[in-house]
Design a protein around this ligand. Structure first.
Ligand code: GH3
Ligand code: MG
Ligand code: MG
Ligand code: MG
Ligand code: MG
Length: 306
């Protein structure tokens, strides 16, 4: 789970202008100053690089660019999860129905025609930024865990469906970790519920920072239970990640005098790779991971079972 999955709905919008004509870029910067921060680049390649780094809230994209053209830039943005939801407004000089169709097909939300009319441009951009902010907020409310700020159970299950589909299509391995905090009832009983909440926030942060790939997902799926999805990861490597999570939490060194098995807060982890060749479904896969988590508990906690 990366921060980019929940773009902050409250930040000042970032608008990216992609045009090889510096006069036009300067004009747009002036016209859109009131709507957000404006950045300009003059090539499609630079636009793609900046998008994956800064996640702008809207892109004004020249149809005709030297090198990588506007249509290709738009198509590439729409194929990647991290950039798919950025609205693209085309700037076209040759305004024909064919050009319009190609823009829509590439995934544009709108287009403006050269020579640009300042008020039309500003109002179009303002309307799309409002929609984008509402979509970001909705996404955050639906998919973010309010206590820890990481993804929630709903997001986890939505991603499971998507990742299993992807693993089936591409024939790539896919693993899951189920994580449960050890003796957490005793922690609450001894230190109080507010301290319990603070502990969960720290555990979530430790899990998130121990996950290195941007495509990996970590979510809070229950009270003191977390789930990780590891695309392109077979069982052996998933165990390595699980062990890293276990160490990350143990090395927080959060005192737990009420634990029957350690002097600090620890986690147990169940690891399972989905057996797509053997026809395993999501339910069976989850049951495997859960059974292994249960075994890790039974064997003494603060450990990984696969
Ligand atoms: P085990 O090692 O077997 O997992 O023992 P446990 O005590 O962690 O397991 P159990 O399922 O019995 O208890 C889970 C506890 O987690 C009980 C509940 O009060 C606490 N809990 C669940 N959600 C929250 C939460 O949001 N905040 C706080 N503070 N505690 C929570
Ligand atoms: Mg041009
Ligand atoms: Mg539990
Ligand atoms: Mg339990
Ligand atoms: Mg527990």
């Amino acid at each position: 789970m990366t921060d980019t999955q929940f773009p902050r709905a409250t930040r000042r919008p970032l608008i990216l202008v992609v045009d090889d004509d510096p006069t036009l870029s300067q004009f747009v910067e002036v016209v859109l100053k009131a709507e957000g921060s404006v950045r300009s680049v003059s090539s499609g390649e630079a636009a793609l690089e900046l998008c994956s780094e800064l996640h702008p809230d809207l892109i004004l994209l020249d149809f005709e660019l030297p090198g990588l053209g506007g249509l290709e830039v738009c198509q590439q943005l729409k194929t990647h999860d991290a950039t798919r939801s950025i609205p693209v407004v085309f700037i076209t000089a040759h305004h024909t129905p064919e050009v319009e169709d190609r823009c829509w097909e590439a995934g544009a939300v709108d287009f403006v025609v050269k020579p640009l009319h300042a008020r039309t441009l500003a109002n179009r951009v303002k309307a799309h930024l409002t929609l984008k902010a509402q979509a970001d907020l909705l996404r955050e409310l639906a998919f973010k865990d309010a206590l820890t700020g990481i993804a929630n159970r709903r997001y986890f299950h939505e991603r499971i469906e998507a990742e299993v589909g992807r693993a089936r299509r591409l024939g790539t391995p896919l693993s899951m970790l189920l994580v449960d905090v050890d003796h957490f009832k005793a922690f609450n009983d001894l230190y109080g519920h507010a301290a319990g909440d603070a502990c969960l926030v720290q555990v979530a942060a430790a899990l998130r920072s121990a996950i290195h790939r941007p495509t990996d997902i970590v979510a809070r799926i229950g009270g003191e239970e977390f789930g990780c999805l590891l695309p392109d990861t077979a069982l052996g490597n998933a165990c390595t990640v699980a062990e890293r999570l276990r160490e990350a939490v143990a090395s927080l060194g959060l005192p737990h005098e009420g634990s029957a098995t350690a002097d600090r807060v620890t986690i147990s982890v169940g690891v399972a790779e989905i057996d797509l060749g053997g026809g395993q479904g999501i339910r069976g896969w989850l049951a495997d991971a859960d059974a292994r988590l249960y075994r890790a508990k039974h064997l003494g906690r603060d450990q990984v079972c696969a």
